[in-house]
Design a protein around this ligand. Structure first.
Ligand code: C2O
Length: 571
């Protein structure tokens, strides 16, 4: 009896200690983000670039799963701004998600707002970026989530870790570029360079001496956390003579597989291991466009950084001091993209909802508006005197301008949006065939699709061949989803269901819907709030390739959105 009492006392102490340890483990990280113009010189020219804390790219945030981030954003720039934490679930904290006029009104010049949220059950590489106009061209940084204190990676701990942020640089003010495109209705100018960690690299003018160097030692393993932060371009990425072992994407682990090249759409991240198993020398890492839209102009340049063996003799016998240049796939190599993305499997068996409450089918694609009568021809410089547009289910999404959707929803403000976004395309047609001109003009609207808390959603994303078919990286805020299958042509609900992976489908927050093809995803609507879903090519958001899921509260506090923070920017 006495022994038993002693044991239970000891057990009690142990329990208390472990609770205390867990509590002590979860940290709160405070950061100040001052959005401000800073002089940045690239491609021989200095620009007044909008940055965070004068840094380009912005600061890397590192946390452990379970930690809380408190980021006070102060706007000292002359533009409105918001910050989005791309891929963070924001469970019950939708007010901290960031997309302007969806979850908050923007932070005006001189204003500030504190984003406060906890990372719950996520590990890997994510990132943060501005979510207002095209500010994210330069306002972005990595957000790295390590396993909980004491927990480990599902692979041998690499000797080093380096975030690799792929970006896009305009030799102009990106805000002017999008304003001009919005005025003319034409496609915006393409970028002048791609960048790796903010630097274009050796192949561009005035860039050599600032080329990014990534060190490696013979025999060691290095984790590269690759992030596509480019505004409008899907990118291939490779390293000369080295192979990648892909271990994760969008902060979800994958069954490891090897490849020599990866492709990321804007918004996507991919964690790869490389080993220092080659001759000690210098090797280029390089990125260039994957351009699936035929005939559309794109930036056809190549950005490089250098993987440098620390033991590399300088210049070694027989080894040239010029880094080895890798071969990159052709810009339109869709076969390589398909082979790569079809290798994705979740690391573990997962629980995919097998019953579906909401079966949705959304078309995603471009369109053309004929020139409105009151418009001067200079405002209709799209193909044949039209204006470019884009849509989901034939609705071209228009952001509200006086209220955010989430605030309007919570305060019951009428007239900001309607809840009649259709579950299916208003007209069925041969989406990937020769689409009749009469179907090229969508309807501008601010429509949301309501979801009951906990509903199990299946969504078919169907690309269209309107104007130009292309691969669209579709991102959903506030959610990760399982990718059951992808394919080309029109989705066939009778035969294509046989292709569904219900065992170990990959989980992501951004899916590349194949050019002239489809993707099927599933998720459970367990996070109340207003969640933007959009193409992560920013030019397509500008044109309206977006919609919003409005997820209702469930039962009780733990299934309800928290009240809005007191400093939420006024509209
Ligand atoms: Cu990277 Cu709307 O997000």
């Amino acid at each position: 009896m006495e022994a038993l009492r002693k044991t239970s006392f000891l057990l009690g102490v142990l329990l208390l200690l472990s609770v205390a340890a867990t509590l002590a483990d979860a940290k709160v990280h405070f950061h100040d983000f001052v959005v401000q113009a800073a002089k940045v010189k690239r491609l021989c020219k200095t620009h007044n670039t909008i940055t965070v804390n004068g840094q380009y790219p912005g600061p890397t945030l590192e946390v452990n799963d379970g930690d809380t981030l408190v980021v006070n954003v102060v706007n000292r720039a002359r533009y409105n701004v918001t910050i989005h934490w791309h891929g963070i679930r924001q469970l019950r904290t939708g007010w901290a998600d960031g997309p302007e006029f969806v979850t908050q009104c923007p932070i005006g010049p001189g204003g500030s707002y504190t984003y406060r949220f906890t990372i719950q059950g996520q590990e890997g590489t994510l990132w943060w970026h501005a979510h207002s106009s095209w500010l994210r061209a330069t306002v972005y940084g990595a957000l790295i989530i390590h396993p909980k204190e004491g927990a480990s990676y599902p692979f041998a701990k690499p000797k080093r870790e380096t975030p690799i942020l792929l970006g896009e640089w305009w030799d102009a003010n990106p805000i002017d570029v999008v304003r001009e495109a919005t005025r003319t209705g034409a496609a915006p100018n393409v970028s002048d360079a791609y960048t790796i960690n903010g630097q274009p690299g050796d192949l561009y003018n005035c860039s050599s001496k600032d080329t990014v160097i990534v060190p490696i030692d013979s025999g060691e393993t290095h984790l590269l956390r690759v992030i596509n932060a480019a505004l409008n371009q899907e990118l291939f990425f490779t390293v000369a003579n080295h192979r990648f072992t892909v271990v994760g994407a969008d902060a979800s682990y994958l069954k490891p597989f090897t490849t020599s090249v990866i492709m990321l759409g804007p918004g996507q991240t991919t964690d790869v291991l490389i080993s220092g198993d080659q001759l000690p020398a210098r090797y280029y890492m390089a990125a260039r466009a994957y351009q699936s839209a035929q005939g559309a102009p794109f930036d056809n340049t190549t950005t490089t950084a250098i993987l440098e063996y620390k033991s590399a003799p300088c210049p070694a016998k027989g080894i040239s001091s010029n880094p080895v240049m890798p071969a990159l796939p052709a810009f339109n190599d869709t076969a390589t993209v398909t082979a790569f993305t079809r290798s994705f499997r979740s690391l573990k068996k997962v629980e995919v909802p097998t019953v579906v409450d909401e079966s949705l089918f959304f078309t995603v694609g471009l369109g053309l508006f004929s020139c409105p009568k009151n418009f001067h021809p200079s405002r209709c410089q799209g193909p044949n005197g039209t204006r470019f547009t884009a849509s989901m289910n034939n609705f071209s999404f228009v952001l509200p301008s006086t209220f955010s959707i989430l605030q309007a929803h919570k305060q019951g403000v009428p007239g900001v949006f309607t809840t009649d976004f259709p579950a299916n395309p208003p007209v069925q047609f041969d989406y990937t065939g020769n689409v009749s001109r009469s179907l090229w003009q969508p309807v501008p609207a601010t429509k949301v699709y309501k979801l009951k808390f906990g509903s199990r959603v299946q969504l078919v994303l169907q690309g269209t061949n309107i104007q130009t078919a292309e691969n669209h990286p579709i991102h959903i805020h506030g959610y990760d989803f399982y990718i059951l299958a992808t394919g080309f042509g029109n989705f066939n609900s009778r035969t294509d269901t046989a292709k569904f992976n219900l065992i170990d489908p990959p989980m992501r927050n951004t899916i590349g819907v194949p050019v002239n093809g489809w993707a099927v995803i599933r998720f459970v609507a367990d996070n109340p709030g207003a969640w933007l879903m959009h193409c992560h090519l920013d030019v397509h958001i500008t044109w309206g390739l977006a919609m919003v899921f409005l997820v209702e509260n469930g039962v009780g506090e733990l299934q309800s959105l928290q009240p809005p923070p007191a400093d939420l920017p006024p509209c």
